[in-house]
Design a protein around this ligand. Structure first.
Ligand SMILES: [Zn+2]
Length: 195
């Protein structure tokens, strides 16, 4: 998908100047040779970090019914990489997501689950909302019997500033449907993701 958020050459100078101002703000010299290309690289990187705003979860979640007739066992995708940005400090948080669901007639291509995680991760986030958004999108658009999402991340805003809780991970979970209500399903999910 093309990024139409920053179209128009008239804005380009202003956008680059914004980054030069940031460099000056931290005490750097934006005219220093090593920093000359930094503003345009920075803007390009930030468009990528926030690409999720351009994508619609419902378009990714096109399910197929063919082949799903007899599938009523839990499907789990483990170790999905998560790269996101905390909305309070614009600092990275990153880690892994574990997503499981129990199909009801419809199954998803497995790569779609990773892409769904990306769509919500590539926005400004708090980890709790990220976890809930993934679970709710699956619950709403795929309508499975149950959904479970667990995310484990390290937050640079916690580790590299303030109280410096180095190496600590934050774990969040969101359960929907039968995985929430049935203790056996819940245990199965947790044991299959190795927790
Ligand atoms: Zn933060």
């Amino acid at each position: 998908m093309t990024d139409t958020r920053h179209d128009g050459a008239d804005h380009e100078d202003r956008d680059l100047q914004m980054v030069r101002d940031l460099l000056a703000y931290i005490g750097e010299d934006p005219a220093r040779e090593g920093l000359l290309e930094t503003p345009s690289r920075f803007l390009k990187a930030w468009r990528e970090y926030t690409r999720g705003y351009l994508e619609k979860p419902e378009e990714i979640l096109k399910a197929f019914e063919d082949g799903a007739e007899r599938v009523d066992e839990m499907v789990i995708v483990r170790d999905i990489p998560v790269y996101s940005l905390c909305e309070h400090h614009l600092a990275p948080f990153f880690g892994k997501a574990y997503v499981g669901y129990i199909p009801d007639q419809k199954i998803l291509g497995l790569s779609k689950i990773s892409r769904l995680v990306e769509v919500f991760a590539r926005r400004l986030q708090v980890q709790e909302r990220l976890t809930n958004q993934i679970a709710d999108a699956l619950h709403t658009h795929l309508q499975p019997l149950g959904v479970a999402v667990v995310i484990e991340c390290r937050h640079m805003c916690m580790e590299s500033r303030g109280v410096r809780h180095t190496g600590t991970a934050t774990v969040t979970s969101a359960l929907r449907g039968s995985i929430k209500n049935d203790p056996d399903s819940r245990r199965e999910f947790l044991s299959l993701i190795g927790r």
